[in-house]
Design a protein around this ligand. Structure first.
Ligand code: HEC
Length: 507
């Protein structure tokens, strides 16, 4: 508040009497610069003062990381008087050498300058800790002031990058990466910081055209997820939060495909733009869903089966089209929401995994195979130390997903089994539909401990049209997913997902 007053006075002064602008008037900083000052000031106070002021041996009335108490005006000399550097007791005590006391290392002059600058610009606030609980609180407070838009608001956070060890993160770069990644979607209104430290951002999915829920179908009916949900299905760091009424209200309003309140913003940048600064296949999918959404609106929201005038789907690249699929990133150790339905990462399991499963392609003599030739029989060998249930999916190179019935009927009852299609002695791939010399298909094996129920995946497809030209396969997007009401029925920490690539060569 006080900063705003100072700023508008400054403008007033400039307009009416430029000569009266005080030389020490703080320059107007960006939200990022102010946020970084807050993060930096907190890091300095944490390092030099927290041990006595708030840490284990709290030996005074000053809880140094509790911002509201720092700036409280109850003291004759406030600990921190926003915009008044010399009127702030912490600066007085640091400069006269009384704090930190005794033979504790003094602050470097650079550090003192940061604290002074931070106070000069109004001492923007920071949380006691940059943890998930704090981020969630800031997010729910923000939603409370934007209730009318809550259904379309999503949140991205950098808070996890701020640690109590090591230097403050480079959020200028992280911010820029996020903006550039979203700019690929024509998003020119970047996410808005909601906290003083600018680590949490509000994003209105309508600005990206990601909000409509008529994009997918399942068995002749609309399957109501939106484009943002397709991003959410890939998210590897979700953590279940329970017993929070305000959060449950938000989930009920926003209808997220997974109960994940906010995403790590740096994950979004990496998921959408690869290391070579190209759009990822996931970004292409999202972009194509955005186009589909616009086309559906333009055509007056046609019903299921009336999609002839819709754009073609993107080039299908299940699991990134790779023959060695990287495993999903390490999940959070607490109660993770595992990305079992991710389309662009491989193996998924809790950390540590509940049991080990090994799966490989073998020929009819049971020797392992690096790739499979068309028209040549093969089997899937699965080894595990435990009795299990399983579900097997087959994902073709063009993105078509099938639940694969097998000879063992979903029960894994020995140390080693050889899976084949139900009623047949082997798998066999007839041809590569695209006509290319090689392609990648995939088995996706879901295994669970015997007493754990394992629901069938739901298969959905987007309402894109199909390109009739077989040389350029562009089909609707397909996804398999476990709807929330079903995920509640099984314990994700007891389920392992394995992706087994089937590199196919034309024989
Ligand atoms: C080794 C422990 C220790 C460290 C480290 C330390 N202080 Fe203190 N500080 C104290 C103690 C003890 C008092 C109370 C002194 C008293 O009451 O006479 C105090 C008092 C203060 C006060 C006066 C308000 C009050 O609660 O009495 C301020 C302001 C203060 N410290 C600032 C700082 C700042 C800023 C830092 C870090 C740059 C810092 N201190 C680091 C031990 C410490």
């Amino acid at each position: 508040m006080s900063l705003r007053v100072t700023r508008s006075l400054a403008i007033f002064a400039v307009v009416l009497a430029p000569g009266l602008v005080r030389a020490d008037e703080p320059p107007a900083l960006s939200r990022r610069e102010r946020g970084d000052l807050a993060i930096h000031a907190r890091a300095i106070l944490r390092q030099h003062c927290y041990a006595c002021h708030g840490g284990e041996k709290n030996c005074s009335t000053l809880p140094i990381l509790e911002h509201p108490k720092l700036i409280a005006t109850t003291n004759p000399v406030p600990f921190v008087a926003p915009t008044k550097v010399t009127g702030s007791q912490i600066v007085q005590f640091i400069e006269d050498g009384s704090m930190p006391p005794g033979d504790r290392p003094r602050l470097e002059s650079k550090e003192i300058d940061v604290l002074k600058k931070w106070i000069a610009v109004g001492a923007p606030s920071f949380p006691v800790a940059f943890d998930d609980a704090g981020t969630l609180r800031a997010m729910l407070d923000d939603i409370a002031t934007h209730q009318d838009d809550a259904a379309n608001l999503r949140y991205f956070s950098f808070a996890h990058l701020v640690t109590d060890k090591g230097p403050p993160p480079d959020l200028v770069k992280a911010d820029g990466d996020l903006k550039r990644a979203l700019f690929r979607f024509g998003i020119t209104t970047p996410p808005v910081p909601v906290d003083d430290s600018a680590t949490l951002f509000r994003f209105d999915i309508r600005t990206a055209g990601w909000d409509k829920r008529d994009l997918f179908e399942k068995a002749g009916g609309i399957y109501p997820i939106n484009t943002y949900d397709v991003l959410l299905l890939e998210y590897p760091f979700g953590v279940a939060v329970s017993g929070n009424k305000r959060l449950d209200d938000y989930f009920a309003t926003a209808k997220l495909v997974r109960p994940i309140p906010f995403l790590r913003a740096d994950w979004i940048s990496q998921a959408l733009v690869n290391a070579k600064n190209e759009s990822s296949p996931l970004a292409a999918d999202l972009l194509s869903l955005t186009d589909l959404s616009a086309a559906l609106q333009k055509e007056g929201r046609p019903g299921i089966g009336e999609e002839a005038r819709m754009p073609y789907g993107p080039k299908a690249r299940p699991f990134g089209g790779q023959s060695s699929v990287p495993a999903a990133l390490k999940p959070d150790a607490r109660t993770p929401i595992l990305p079992f339905d991710a389309w662009y990462s491989g193996d998924v399991h809790a950390d540590p995994p509940p049991f080990s499963v090994i799966a490989e392609l073998v020929d009819m003599k049971r020797a392992s195979l690096k790739s499979v030739t068309t028209e040549t029989p093969f089997q899937l060998k699965v080894t595990a130390k435990k009795k299990m249930r399983y579900v097997l999916l087959l994902v073709q190179a063009d993105g078509t997903i099938r639940v694969q019935p097998t000879n063992k009927d979903g029960l894994f009852d020995a140390d080693e089994i050889f899976l084949t299609p139900a009623g047949s002695a082997s798998f066999k791939i007839a041809s590569i539909t695209s006509g290319a010399p090689t392609a990648n298909e995939y088995f996706v094996l879901f295994a669970a401990e015997m007493d754990e129920p394992l629901p069938l995946a739901t298969i959905i497809r987007s309402r894109h049209a199909t390109n009739p030209n077989p040389k350029e396969v562009r089909e609707p997007l397909q996804r398999f997913l476990f709807p929330q009401e079903k995920t509640k029925q099984f314990d994700p920490s007891k389920v392992v997902r394995k992706v087994i690539p089937i590199p196919v060569t034309s024989g």
